[in-house]
Design a protein around this ligand. Structure first.
Ligand SMILES: Cc1cc2nc3c(=O)[nH]c(=O)nc-3n(C[C@H](O)[C@H](O)[C@H](O)COP(=O)(O)O)c2cc1C
Ligand SMILES: [Fe+2]
Ligand SMILES: [Fe+2]
Length: 396
């Protein structure tokens, strides 16, 4: 049994077998579905776990409360990684009351059918459990419309749903002060950039709304339970990323089948380094999962994209990356681009259309290369790199 504080227990699950979260994002360190149980005069469970882990989940619950029934299930977020066990939970606890906002409870009906006892709450609503009181705050679009948080006014614990979440399973304990947290910080940036990334403005609103709460513990649905000085660190990560705040550095993301376009990328990187840019990250769009590229794009202010022409269009993995950037409405970047072809160029045209759609400042002249590398292309690549370096240095 893992007790977080007094009557508050952790009953979350480590998933070490899922290879792709949402079918898209690799999980090199696994992932958790966190659920919390407050065993007060009334018993409240906060969120559930992926349905594949229901058996283990039930065992963990019974380890804490034995045969006592659960009175309330508080639903902060309806995405099936957290709501998946609702239907089975109702079979085992037929008298359980589902507590959430109207939007979430409508989704319960849509996903899991009718018949549950429900208690609808709205912004500022509360639930008395005995010693503990939960107060509810709506944080719409972080990152679904029904998302809310539950604040334990007794112990000052924020049950945050996906907010402040990160990838990574727990190795022995979910409590941050008892573990090495190193890996979770980069996994938090990758989680945020890929899953929450589009919703910077709603995250900013949520941070403002929650700003006045006294916090001793943040209990998200993914990743460690955060305490002590990590609380402000976690809030800072979410604040920085949702403001699209960047640091000096350049991501060069390129596609290349036979290495010609890659030579352009290498030339650009060399010139950036000569110009004193220390943080240069090169990503081959075919070789690395885009979640890592997107996390680096969120971090660094400079972005240079390049790809070959492919079937009168652009190399497919670059098309994918452009759409991933566009759909997240990433802001506050400098963009440069280059492309290659053999008989009729389309790659730079596609990148040019992209540059007009996104709200990035385009720097330097786009470079277009026919077939192999020549001195004129090398010079043009260096000029593009120099323009990017100069623009970045203006901000120093
Ligand atoms: C399947 C395929 C489709 C291509 N389609 C076009 C095209 O429509 N127009 C064009 O000019 N070049 C096209 N190319 C040629 C490449 O854009 C060109 O060879 C480029 O130099 C490849 O760059 P890389 O060496 O970085 O892979 C195509 C190449 C392949 C393999
Ligand atoms: Fe979610
Ligand atoms: Fe989630």
């Amino acid at each position: 049994m893992i007790t977080l504080k007094g009557k508050v227990h952790y009953v979350g699950i480590n998933d070490r077998t899922k290879t792709l979260f949402e079918g898209l994002w690799p999980l090199p360190y696994g992932v958790t579905y966190n659920s919390y149980l407050i065993a007060d005069e009334k018993i409240a469970l906060i969120d559930t776990v992926d349905v594949n882990y229901f058996d283990l989940f039930l065992k963990k619950i019974k380890e804490v409360i034995g045969e006592r029934p659960i009175d309330y299930l508080v639903i902060n977020h309806m995405e099936p990684d957290h709501s998946g066990s609702i239907r089975l939970l109702r079979q085992f606890y037929p008298n359980i009351t589902l507590v959430s906002n109207k939007k979430a409870l409508d989704m319960v009906e849509g996903f899991y059918g009718t018949g549950a006892q429900t208690q609808v709450i709205a912004e500022g609503g509360s639930l008395e459990l005995g010693h503990h009181t939960l107060k509810f705050h709506m944080i719409p679009m972080v990152h679904w419309p029904e998302t809310m948080v539950s604040y334990d006014t007794t112990e000052h614990i924020l049950f945050a749903g996906d907010a402040f979440g990160c990838f990574g399973a727990m190795n022995g304990t979910p409590i941050d002060s008892m573990m090495d947290t190193t890996v979770y910080w980069s996994e938090m940036e990758r989680y945020y950039s890929n899953i929450v990334g589009k919703y910077g403005a709603p995250v900013q609103k949520a941070l403002q709304k929650l700003g006045g709460l006294e916090l001793e513990m943040i209990c998200s649905t993914h990743g460690p339970v955060w305490t002590g000085e990590n609380i402000s660190k976690v809030i800072d990560v979410y604040d920085r990323l949702s403001r699209y705040a960047t640091e000096e550095g350049v991501v060069i993301a390129y596609g290349s089948m036979y290495g010609n376009t890659q030579q352009m990328a290498e030339t650009i990187a060399e010139e950036l380094a000569k110009e004193g840019i220390r943080k240069i990250v090169m990503h081959d769009v075919s070789r690395i999962n885009h979640s890592f590229i997107l996390a680096d794009i969120f971090r660094y202010k400079g972005l240079i994209l390049g790809a070959p022409t492919y079937n009168a269009s652009i190399y497919p993995q670059m098309e994918m990356l452009m759409s991933e950037i566009e759909m997240r409405e990433i802001k506050n970047h400098y963009l440069g681009y280059f492309g290659s072809f053999s008989w009729a160029c389309h790659s730079t045209k596609k990148l040019s259309v992209f540059s007009e759609k996104v709200s990035f400042e385009t720097v330097g002249a786009p470079v277009e290369m026919k077939q192999g590398m020549k001195e004129c292309t090398r010079i043009a690549c260096r000029e593009l790199a120099k323009a990017m370096a100069d623009r970045l240095k203006e901000d120093r």
